[in-house]
Design a protein around this ligand. Structure first.
Ligand SMILES: Cc1cc2nc3c(=O)[nH]c(=O)nc-3n(C[C@H](O)[C@H](O)[C@H](O)COP(=O)(O)OP(=O)(O)OC[C@H]3O[C@@H](n4cnc5c(N)ncnc54)[C@H](O)[C@@H]3O)c2cc1C
Length: 442
C-alpha cells in the first residue's frame, strides 16, 4: 500500500491525512502533542482552534463562504466537524472549540489508514511523499531544518497592517503621490489637525485584543500604531502618519497628518495601511480607522493582527504546494503563507489531494485562480510582490470579472458563481467525486 507522511495534526495536517486516507493511501501522522506544545496549544486533541471560535461567514456569496463550499465539495473533515459542533452565530460559522476539536480527532482516529505517532519531528523524513503542516508556531530543530531546505530563514511576521478594498476608499479624500513627488506609488489619506486630534483621542483608548505572553518580546521591532500613539500626541506624526514630503493637490499645502496606503497586489484591488500594524479588536479597527476621512466606509479584506507567525519565503513552493527544490515534500496550512483557520485547512486539503493524485497517477485537479482554493494556491505559489505576508481569503485575490457590474454585491455574486462553476468543472475533469461522504476517483 502506498504511504505518505504528514507532520502536524493541526487543521491542515488533519485535512491532508483525511483526504489521503479516504483515497486509500496509508498515512503516518506525526503530532508532537501531548509531549511538547507550542505556547498557544493547550488541548491534547487535534485541530485545535488556538484563539477565536469563529470560522467566519458561511454565506456562499462571501469570499469565506466560497472557500467553505469548495471544502465541503471535497468532503472536508474540518467542515464536517464544524457543521456538527456549530453554535448560533447568524451567517457566521462559529463552533464550540472543544467539541470541534474532539470531533475532528474522533474522525481521524476512526480512519484505519491513519497511523498516529506522538513525537516531535526534528527534520523532514526522507520519504517519497511528505506533507509538513506544523503551523505558524513551528520552531526548534524542525524550523532550522526547514530553513535549510528553503534556503532562507522562515519569514517571521509578528504584526500585520489592515488591508482595505480599492472600491471602498473615498477618493474625494485621497490622492496618489510618493513622498517628495518621487513616484505615484502611494495613495495618501490626509487628515486635518481636528481630524487627527479626534483620531488620536480614539486610538489611545481603543480596546485591544488579548495578547499571548509569547508575543510581547517581538513587539519592539514592529510596533503597533496604538502603542506608537500611546507615546505622545506627536509620535505618530514622526512615524507612520508623517506628512513630510507630501502636498495635498486640493490645498497645495502639506496636510497635518497622512496615512499612506500601498498596493497589495498587481491589480491594485487591495491596499495596505502602511505602518498601521495593530492589535486593536477588529470592531475597534473599523471604528477608529474609520475616523480617517478616506477610510470612512472602508471594507476590511484583512484586519490587522499580531502574533508570532513563521511562514515560508515567497517562491519556496509552487502552485501545488510542493517545494520547488524538493518536489517530494509539500507544505500545508498557515506556514505556506495563508492566514486563517479555514485557509490553513483548505491548504491541507489541497496538499493531501495533490499528493494523492501523484501516488495514484491521477490528473491534478486544475484549481484555477478564479476558485477560492485556486486563488490561495496562486497567491502562495506565484506571488510577485516585494512583501509576501500571510493572506486570508478575500475577493481581492480573485481575478476581476471581464465586465464587472458597478454594484458590489452583484459583482461578488457573479464572482461566487464563476468560482462555483470553475471548481465543479475542475473536479469533473479530474474525475473526482464525493459520494456518501466518500471521495472517489474515476
Ligand atoms: C496565537 C495565534 C492566534 C490565532 N488566531 C486565529 C484566529 O482567531 N482565527 C483564525 O482564523 N486564525 C488564527 N490564527 C492563524 C491560523 O489560522 C492558526 O494558526 C491555524 O491553527 C493554523 O493551522 P495549521 O494547521 O497550519 O497549524 P496548527 O493549527 O498550529 O497545527 C500545527 C500542528 O503541528 C504540531 N506540530 C508543530 N511542530 C511539530 C513538530 N516539530 N513535530 C510534530 N508536530 C508538530 C502542533 O502541535 C499542531 O498540532 C492564529 C494563529 C496564532 C499563532
Amino acid at each position: 500500500m502506498a504511504e505518505a507522511i504528514v507532520i502536524g495534526a493541526g487543521l491542515a495536517g488533519c485535512e491532508a491525512a483525511m483526504v489521503l486516507s479516504k483515497l486509500g493511501i496509508r498515512v503516518i501522522l506525526i503530532e508532537m502533542k501531548p509531549d511538547r506544545r507550542s505556547p498557544a496549544h493547550k488541548a491534547d486533541t487535534f485541530g485545535e482552534l488556538v484563539c477565536s471560535n469563529s470560522l467566519k461567514s458561511d454565506d456562499e456569496g462571501t469570499a469565506a463562504g466560497i472557500l467553505k463550499r469548495e471544502m465541503r465539495l471535497l468532503g472536508s473533515a474540518v467542515m464536517e466537524s464544524a457543521d456538527q459542533t456549530k453554535l448560533p452565530a447568524g451567517n457566521a460559522l462559529a463552533v464550540d472549540r472543544t467539541k470541534f476539536s474532539e470531533k475532528l480527532t474522533e474522525l481521524i482516529k476512526a480512519q484505519k489508514n491513519i497511523h498516529i505517532e506522538h513525537a516531535e519531528a526534528t527534520e523532514i523524513p526522507a520519504s517519497e511523499h511528505v506533507i509538513v503542516a506544523t503551523g505558524p508556531l513551528t520552531d526548534g530543530a524542525l524550523a532550522l531544518h526547514i530553513e535549510k531546505i528553503a534556503g532562507r530563514s522562515l519569514s517571521f511576521f509578528d504584526a500585520a497592517s489592515p488591508i482595505v478594498s480599492t472600491e471602498s476608499i473615498d477618493y474625494e479624500h485621497a490622492f496618489l503621490q510618493g513622498r517628495y513627488g518621487q513616484d505615484d506609488d502611494y495613495l495618501n489619506c490626509p487628515l486635518s489637525k481636528e481630524e487627527y486630534q479626534q483620531f488620536f483621542e480614539a486610538i489611545t483608548v481603543a480596546e485591544r485584543a488579548p495578547q499571548h505572553d509569547f508575543d510581547a518580546r517581538f513587539f519592539e521591532s514592529c510596533m503597533p500604531i496604538e502603542a506608537i500613539a500611546a507615546r505622545g500626541f506627536k509620535t505618530p506624526l514622526f512615524g507612520p502618519m508623517s506628512p513630510k514630503g507630501i502636498t495635498d493637490p486640493k490645498t497645495g499645502r502639506r496636510p497635518f497628518a497622512v496615512v499612506q496606503l500601498r498596493r497589495e497586489n498587481k491589480e491594485a484591488t487591495m491596499w495596505n495601511l502602511v505602518g498601521f500594524q495593530t492589535n486593536l479588536k477588529f470592531g475597534e479597527q473599523k471604528r477608529v480607522f474609520g475616523l480617517i476621512p478616506a477610510l470612512k466606509n472602508a471594507e476590511y479584506l484583512r484586519y490587522g493582527v499580531m502574533h508570532r507567525n513563521s511562514y515560508l519565503p515567497a517562491g519556496t513552493l509552487d502552485d501545488t504546494l510542493a517545494v520547488r527544490q524538493m518536489p517530494s515534500v509539500r507544505f500545508a496550512g498557515q506556514i505556506t503563507g495563508v492566514e486563517g483557520y479555514m485557509e490553513s485547512a483548505a491548504m491541507g486539503l489541497c496538499a493531501g489531494l495533490f499528493t494523492a493524485a501523484e501516488i495514484l497517477h491521477k490528473p491534478l485537479p486544475a484549481l484555477t485562480p478564479d476558485t477560492a482554493m485556486g486563488a490561495l494556491l496562486h497567491y502562495v505559489g506565484s506571488y510577485e510582490g516585494k512583501d509576501f505576508q500571510p493572506m486570508n481569503m478575500n475577493f481581492g485575490l480573485l481575478p476581476p470579472l471581464e465586465e464587472p457590474p458597478r454594484n458590489k454585491s452583484l459583482r461578488h455574486q457573479m464572482m461566487a458563481e464563476r468560482a462555483k462553476q470553475k471548481f465543479e468543472q475542475a473536479l469533473k475533469e479530474s474525475g473526482l467525486r464525493l459520494e456518501g461522504g466518500q471521495l472517489l476517483w474515476n
